[in-house]
Design a protein around this ligand. Structure first.
Ligand code: ATP
Ligand code: MG
Length: 247
């Protein structure tokens, strides 16, 4: 058994959207927990509710029902999240998350109020050359830009990273650099990460535990090795068989 404390948990979270005349149940009674120093993977097909869950955790969206706990205490979204105190969201479109007119240094300073010393330290840690700090986002590669957004999250001293398809727009080798960085950060900093992805193969190499969403419902959750070797749910089996076929 893993006795580490839960740093973050969600209890029976539900969320409906009104899309035109139709009501979409984006999440129904989804519960999860994340331990300190753990990477939780969330997988599921398009529209299964993955991004909705991260938006609710980060306070971008409000749940209709359910509770969110940080270190056992209920928190109500936006206020805490805006200050970046304990969690930071990282998006698929790294370029879009930086002001195109600013150098990376300026962006890092403005958003996190960090000092030059801290910025140099964190760029080193994220495997980035310090010369990139003088460039604007358009001069960086997708992988470099994504690592900058991770650096920015770390500068705000968040202890939880919420990653929504952050490697999906990257080619395979750049993807590997970002994944390696997350693994290192987890080990060194005891960061906790929720990693949302379509890519079950990638999730199964990176994540300690996996939660499978389908139509807004958690159909399966557990240790990665158990889910991969012995999937219980028909949908998980289907996801796994598609990974095997593709590779
Ligand atoms: N703002 C919104 N208004 C109306 N419906 C929405 C809104 N956001 C999400 N939805 C619907 O909620 C469901 C879940 O969407 P969500 O974005 O969470 O899926 P996802 O698992 O992240 O999908 P993808 O893999 O394509 O990113 C979908 O049916 C989607 O159409
Ligand atoms: Mg999504």
């Amino acid at each position: 058994m893993d006795n580490r404390e839960d740093i973050l948990s969600g209890l029976q979270i539900s969320k409906k959207y009104n899309a035109n005349t139709r009501e979409v149940e984006a999440l129904s009674d989804v519960s999860f927990s994340l331990k300190k120093g753990e990477i939780l993977g969330i997988v599921g097909e398009s529209g299964s509710g993955k991004s909705t869950l991260l938006k609710i955790i980060s306070g971008i969206e409000k749940p209709d029902k359910g509770d969110l706990l940080y270190k056992g205490e209920s928190y109500k979204g936006a206020g805490i999240v805006k200050t970046g105190k304990f969690l930071q969201m990282i998006f698929q479109d790294a370029y879009g998350s930086f002001d195109p007119r600013m150098t990376m240094r300026k962006s890092l300073m403005e958003i996190s109020g960090a000092t030059e010393k801290e910025i140099l330290e964190i760029t080193g840690k994220t495997g980035l050359n310090k010369e990139l700090l003088d460039k604007k986002p358009s001069r960086l590669s997708g992988g470099q830009c994504q690592r900058m957004s991770i650096a920015r999250a770390l500068l705000s001293h968040a202890d939880i990273l919420l990653c929504d398809e952050i490697t999906s727009a990257l080619d395979v080798s750049t993807q590997a650099q970002v994944v390696k960085l997350l693994e290192e950060l987890k080990k060194k900093n005891d960061l906790s990460i929720i990693f949302v992805s379509h890519d079950l193969a990638l999730v199964s190499t990176l994540c300690d535990r996996i939660m499978v969403l389908k139509n807004g419902v958690c159909v399966e959750e557990g240790e990665t090795s158990k889910i991969i070797s012995n999937p219980k749910d028909a949908y998980t089996k289907l996801l796994l068989s598609s990974v095997i076929t593709v590779n």
